[in-house]
Design a protein around this ligand. Structure first.
Ligand SMILES: [Zn+2]
Length: 120
């Protein structure tokens, strides 16, 4: 998705990831889970195709889903889940905003406040 808006395929379902707001890659990038240096080498993925991550999105515009398996949020420690929901949901909100105004920004401007400091 980086420079042109077309053509990055989801590594799970093979369909294009057309919107920044659907991108599991960029969500992980804005919350600091992906090093900016390696962003361009990573595969795209829809949020809905990565339930291990997107189960932590609590947002009115995102239909909740669950991850079946050892890392199902319903089985995890509530304190851990609360923190993770806060982080992942703020990343989700961030990429929804970026989708609307990305033309004014560079990729370095995408992460949440403070995230880039950790990589410097
Ligand atoms: Zn997909």
């Amino acid at each position: 998705m980086a420079k042109c808006d077309e053509g990055y395929l989801c590594e799970v379902c093979g369909e294009p990831v057309e919107k920044l707001g659907d991108s599991a890659l960029y969500l992980q990038y804005v919350i600091g889970w992906i090093d900016p240096e390696t962003l361009h080498t990573r595969r795209e993925c829809h949020l809905r195709c990565l339930p291990s991550l997107s189960q932590f999105i609590d947002h009115e515009s995102f239909a909740p889903l669950f991850f079946e398996g050892d890392f199902d949020r319903r089985q995890l420690d509530p304190g851990f889940v609360r923190e993770r929901v806060e982080l992942v949901t703020s990343g989700y909100e961030r990429i929804q905003q970026l989708q609307l105004r990305r033309k004014d920004l560079t990729v370095e401007d995408y992460p949440l406040p403070g995230v880039m400091d950790r990589w410097r």
